[in-house]
Design a protein around this ligand. Structure first.
Ligand SMILES: Cc1cc2nc3c(=O)[nH]c(=O)nc-3n(C[C@H](O)[C@H](O)[C@H](O)COP(=O)(O)O)c2cc1C
Length: 155
């Protein structure tokens, strides 16, 4: 079994989780880069608007998920919606028949419904697990047992 962890992170939360998962699974790791600037106040507003509108964007990434059995994909939520770089990634890559898991660090518990949406966006994949966490817990509490349970499930 080989594993790829793919993530988008604007402010580092989902990157930290991605790195932790990758290290525990000895997985390859790949960052989705959004070529549209997402830093600064104006871009923050645009990010929310793009996300809510279901817009795609231009992205860069290095690894081909076709080369892996299991792909673990993580990203935040913007405006209660799948973020444009993730939406674009799921459109560009072929995850048919792949074991797929998602993780999300978001401000609220919006990840609960988001996992259903992401599963619907990857209908030909085998969904093997999800890990969601609210930002305040991510920053202030020890969530390692929950993360390990997720990793054990997808291993
Ligand atoms: C434009 C924008 C919109 C957001 N909208 C939501 C939202 O609708 N629900 C939510 O729970 N968090 C929302 N967030 C918060 C992020 O999901 C949260 O801060 C996340 O932990 C950031 O992850 P990152 O550090 O990996 O980028 C939003 C953040 C941004 C920048």
């Amino acid at each position: 079994m080989n594993y790829l962890v793919v993530y988008y992170s604007r402010t580092g939360n989902n990157r930290t989780i991605a790195e932790s998962i990758a290290s525990q699974l000895s997985a390859d790791i790949d960052e989705i880069i959004d070529k549209k600037g997402r830093q600064g106040r104006l871009n923050w507003l645009r990010a929310g608007r793009d996300s809510r509108a279901g817009n795609l964007t231009e992205i860069e990434y290095q690894k081909n998920p076709q080369d892996y059995d299991t792909i673990i994909i993580g990203a935040p939520i913007w405006a209660w919606s799948p973020i444009p770089p993730l939406r674009t990634y799921l459109k560009e890559v072929d995850l048919k028949g792949k074991r797929v898991a998602f993780f999300i660090c978001s401000q609220s518990d919006a990840y609960i419904n988001m996992f259903q949406t992401l599963a619907e966006m990857t209908p030909d994949s085998e969904h093997i697990g999800n890990f969601g966490i609210q930002e305040k817990r991510f920053k202030n509490e020890d969530y390692s047992a929950d993360l390990e349970a997720f990793i054990d499930k997808i291993r």
